[in-house]
Every structure is written in structure tokens, then in C-alpha cells.
Design a protein. Structure first.
Lengths: 280, 291
């Protein structure tokens, strides 16, 4: 058996891990602390590490300061869910084709798909605005869903393709020999086997869709009732003052849905996302 | 023959979607870049927009700043990611928990993470300035985002914070893919842990490192929300990268034509950068015969 760590090495590793995690988690910690402080104590200088009047009041008051907050959070979930479903519907057949079939321009078209990753919405905003206006989608939920889908399709195809390639091809061939059509085989043989991969891709797409809403929302949608959370949060920045404590409380509450999904599925997600990175 | 048809039928919906939402706007951007389009008017001006950009010293500085931003940020991300992955790969109790705790910056929306950083960087009420004063590094409050160079490096730190989890995760996966036999063989020969890391781990994860570097470079080059929410490109342009500049000109000032020309420059620079990167990668690979 290979050498074990000596005690001092283990101590050193833990110290390094703690420093690393402090950097990663500091903003969350500070957001949480800010959310617990009453507003007048938040604006106290010099900085105080501890206040004796921490409370969860901001978590109650935030719903009154920004009455649509609940709606914003639901909008975020709704938009991300819609993006996920549509992306999966487009990605599943395409990923299957790239994983299993041979056809002209296969590699060229796959590279072109991946090339989309070179662009962000920010580069294409103006023509994208015009396209959405032509399609009559501005100021609707679609204005945030449609661009969201487009920028997640390439990654989705790439991830799911890798997963389908690992499913043994013999089952499909057996179904095929038994006279099943290609579409039937895809639906009844490949899809059920690909469920773990679909969970990984679905979760990754959902997280991506939840994360990318800000730019599309502030550019393509003016209707407050449709705004997702990242855009809605900026309503806490008022004319007179910023209710920072409530803004932090709302931000932390608003990321709960995506954090919960991540925590439940992180085991599959981490393994699945990195599957392509590891040589077989 | 029928397989070809079937394959294209499966891909077509995705292609149509991308064609309308990405490819067509891209073509439009190129066309707009030769016009002086504003909200309600538009006429052809040839290469005027590009000529202006070529002459503008400010734009040259923006290009240099963008590459400095990208190279610095990506280097730190790779270094931190490598250290983080090595730490998380160490077989110590609690590593499963550490792995989960690294991911939140990637999971939450960037805009929301940046609200946290805005507060951290606040001179009067943020913990960074507060802690620095407490220790005695600073005499008084320091507004991290108010000065040119501190704003730039503060934005880099926030960008590194967003990008490091993904790099860490992929390098960790690559490390776990390295065959245990290699380590054991080296250990039997008396190689130290550090030697094994340098001579086995690093070369083995190199392919993942180089592809991660390119991906990360593209994301960092295009990083918009981080800068926009923290500084809107300020103070006095200190954090204005190409993507922020493009947004300011096109959306902020409604100069669609000039904005489009900037967008085209971004695409050309990114494509050129990726091309050069892959070209040298190929050369290095051939020379050293690595896979």
C-alpha cells in the first residue's frame, strides 16, 4: 500500500482546504451576516464583526419591501424549467445522432455547434433584440426562454453525446433486428438507458438557465411581473436607500431552489459533468 | 442513405433553433457593423466604423486591457484550480463534503454572487475593509471599487471566484482518472509525493488542463455580468473590457453600428486566439509526442 500522510501533512492539508473554502464561501457568509443585521446597524462604521441584535426580521420584511419578490422567484424557477425542458427536447435527438449515426458533415456540424460557446448573449444583443421583436416575443416569458435555450444547446449535445456513447450498442441492434423502427428504438431502448445521463444534463442545463437570466431579462423584458429574481433583486436599490439586509435575505432565499436541486443531485452531476474529461 | 436522412431529421430542430437565435444575429451583426445604425435610422458607411476603431487609442487600450484581464484571471483560476483539485484529491476524512462546498459560486446566478461581492468591497460596511482596518493594514475605510487599479484587481478576484469551481472540478476528475499503478510503481522506486505530483499527476492531467485553459479563456474574455454589476466598466474605464465596451456603445449609447463593429472585433480576436492556441498546442504535442 502506498505511503500514508504524516500527521503534520494532514494538518497542513486541512489548513489549506480551510483557506481555499474561506475564499469560496466568504461572500455567502457575509451575505448571510448582512441579512441578519438591522439596517441601521449595517451602516455602522467602523465595521463590527458581531452585533448583539441579529434577527431574521429581514426575511419577513423583504416580502413587503418588494411585493413581487415571491413572483420573481417563481418566475426564475419557471423560466429555468421551461428552458430545461425545451433544451432537452432538442438535445436528445441531436445527441443520439452524434453518438450513434454516421452522416455527411457530422464532425463539421458538431464543431459549429460547439463554436456557439464562443459567443455570449452580450455580443449579439442588438440583432437578437430585433429577431425577438420580429417574432413578437419581446416582453414575454419567451424573450428570456428562447435565447436561454439557444446558448445551452451546444453544451447539452456535448454532454449527452458522451453519455449515450457509453451505453452498449448491442441492445439497440437487438431491437433493430427484431424489426423495431429507429425512432421506436430511440424512445424505448436508448432513452430509458440514458436516464442517469439525462438527469446530469438536465441539472446542468437547469443551473445554467437559472444563472444566465439577468442579461436577457433586463434587455428583452420590461414587464415587472415576468422578471426573474436576479433582475428583480435590484428593486431593493431604491431612490432613497438600499435595504441591503433584505436584499441579501432575498438573494439567499432566491438561490435556495437551485441549491437544493444541486445538493440532491451533486453526486451524479459532478461525476457526469467530468466524465468526458477523463480518459477511458 | 436512410440513415443520413434520419440523422439530419434528428439534428434539424437544434440547428434551426441555433440558426435563428445565434447564426442569424451573427450575420446581422456583421452587416450592421458596416452601417451607422441607430434606433430608427440606418445607412451604409463601408469600413468607417472599423477605421475609427483602428485609429482610436482608447480602443487599443481596451484590447490590451481585455487580454491582460483574460490572461491574469485564467492563470489564477488554473493555479487555484490545480491547488484546489490536489487538496480535494487528498485522501483525508471530509473530502466528500469539501467537494460539495467548492461548487456554490458556480451553482448560483452570477448576478447574485456579485451582490455579495459588492457588499464585501464596500469600504465602510464591508468585511474586507473592516478586517484590514482591524488588523491595522488600513487606517481608514477603503472603497475597493472606487480607484482604477483596485477596482480592476477586485473585479479579477470576483471573476476568479466565479470561474475557479469549474476548473477545480475538472482537474479533480482528471486526477482521479490517473491510474493508481503509476503512483504505486513510482512509490516502490522511492519517489517522493512531490516528485510523483510533478512527474505523474501533472503530465497525466495536461490534456484536461490545456482544454480547460482554452474554455476558461473564452469565458473570461466574454465575462460581462461580473464587471457590469461591480463597476459598469469604471472607474474611468479601468475595468472596461471589450465586451463591456461593446455593451456600453451599443445598448448604452444606442450606436448599433459602432457596437456591432466592436462585436465583430471580439469574434475575430477570440477566433484568432483559439486558432493560435490550438496551433501551438498541436506543435507542442507533436514535438513531445504526448497524446
Amino acid at each position: 500500500m502506498i505511503d500514508r500522510y504524516k500527521p503534520w501533512q494532514i494538518v497542513l492539508i486541512y489548513i489549506a482546504v480551510i483557506i481555499f473554502l474561506t475564499f469560496i464561501l466568504l461572500p455567502f457568509f457575509e451575505m448571510f451576516m448582512a441579512s441578519l443585521r438591522p439596517l441601521e446597524h449595517l451602516f455602522r462604521s467602523p465595521y463590527q464583526f458581531w452585533s448583539d441584535d441579529f434577527s431574521f426580521r429581514a426575511y419577513v420584511d423583504m416580502w413587503k419591501t418588494v411585493p413581487l419578490l415571491g413572483r420573481y422567484i417563481l418566475n426564475s424557477i419557471f423560466i429555468a424549467s421551461a428552458v430545461t425542458l425545451i433544451t432537452l427536447a432538442l438535445v436528445i435527438p441531436a445527441a443520439y445522432a452524434y453518438a450513434r449515426l454516421d452522416f455527411p458533415f457530422k464532425n463539421v456540424s458538431l464543431s459549429l455547434f460547439l463554436g456557439v460557446n464562443m459567443f455570449t448573449g452580450a455580443v449579439l444583443l442588438i440583432p437578437l433584440y430585433r429577431v425577438l421583436r420580429t417574432l413578437g416575443l419581446l416582453n414575454t416569458y419567451w424573450a428570456m426562454i428562447v435565447p436561454g435555450v439557444a446558448f445551452l444547446i451546444p453544451t447539452g449535445i456535448w454532454l449527452l453525446r458522451g453519455y449515450i456513447q457509453k451505453i452498449p450498442v448491442e441492445l439497440e441492434e437487438a431491437a433493430y433486428v427484431d424489426g423495431a423502427s429507429r425512432l421506436y428504438t430511440l424512445r424505448r431502448v436508448v432513452l430509458p438507458m440514458a436516464v442517469p445521463g439525462l438527469i446530469v444534463v438536465g441539472t446542468a442545463v437547469f443551473i445554467g438557465a437559472y444563472a444566465q437570466q439577468f442579461l436577457f431579462a433586463v434587455t428583452f423584458n420590461q414587464i415587472r411581473e415576468y422578471q426573474p429574481l436576479p433582475a428583480g433583486l435590484f428593486e431593493f436599490i431604491g431612490y432613497q436607500s438600499v435595504t441591503w439586509n433584505e436584499m441579501m435575505a432575498a438573494a439567499l432565499t432566491g438561490v435556495m431552489p437551485v441549491m437544493v436541486i444541486f445538493l440532491f443531485l451533486q453526486k451524479y452531476l459532478v461525476a457526469g459533468l467530468t466524465a468526458g474529461a477523463v480518459k477511458e | 442513405m436512410s440513415q443520413t436522412w434520419f440523422a439530419w431529421a434528428l439534428i434539424l430542430p437544434a440547428i434551426l433553433f441555433i440558426a435563428i437565435i445565434v447564426a442569424w444575429p451573427l450575420v446581422e451583426t456583421v452587416r450592421l457593423s458596416f452601417t451607422n445604425a441607430k434606433i430608427n435610422s440606418e445607412s451604409y458607411v463601408g469600413f468607417e466604423n472599423y477605421a475609427k476603431l483602428m485609429e482610436s487609442r482608447k480602443f487599443h487600450q481596451t484590447i490590451i486591457r481585455t487580454f491582460y484581464w483574460m490572461i491574469l484571471s485564467v492563470s489564477i483560476k488554473l493555479l487555484l484550480g490545480l491547488i484546489g483539485a490536489a487538496l480535494l484529491n487528498a485522501t483525508v476524512p471530509g473530502k466528500a463534503l469539501f467537494r460539495v462546498l467548492v461548487m456554490p459560486p458556480w451553482v448560483i446566478p452570477i448576478a447574485i454572487g456579485m451582490i455579495g461581492w459588492l457588499w464585501l468591497y464596500n469600504g465602510h460596511f464591508g468585511i474586507l475593509s473592516g478586517a484590514a482596518q482591524f488588523i491595522g493594514i488600513l487606517d481608514g475605510p477603503f472603497e475597493f471599487l472606487a480607484y482604477k487599479s483596485s477596482a480592476f484587481y477586485s473585479a479579477i478576484v470576483a471573476d476568479v471566484w466565479v470561474g475557479t469551481p469549474m476548473v477545480t472540478l475538472f482537474l479533480l476528475a482528471a486526477m482521479q482518472g490517473v491510474s493508481k499503478d503509476l503512483y504505486e510503481a513510482a512509490w516502490v522506486d522511492g519517489a517522493s509525493r512531490w516528485y510523483r505530483f510533478r512527474r505523474i499527476t501533472i503530465p497525466q492531467i495536461m490534456p484536461v488542463m490545456v482544454s480547460m485553459a482554452l474554455l476558461s479563456a473564452i469565458w473570461t474574455f466574454n465575462s460581462f455580468e461580473i464587471i457590469w454589476i461591480l463597476t459598469e466598466g469604471g472607474p474611468r474605464g479601468a475595468t472596461t473590457t471589450l465586451i463591456v465596451d461593446t455593451y456600453k456603445v451599443a445598448i448604452g449609447n444606442f450606436k448599433f453600428g459602432q457596437g456591432a463593429a466592436r462585436a465583430v472585433v471580439i469574434v475575430i480576436l477570440l477566433a484568432a486566439f483559439s486558432g493560435v492556441y490550438l496551433f501551438f498546442l498541436e506543435k507542442v504535442n507533436r514535438r513531445y509526442g504526448t497524446k
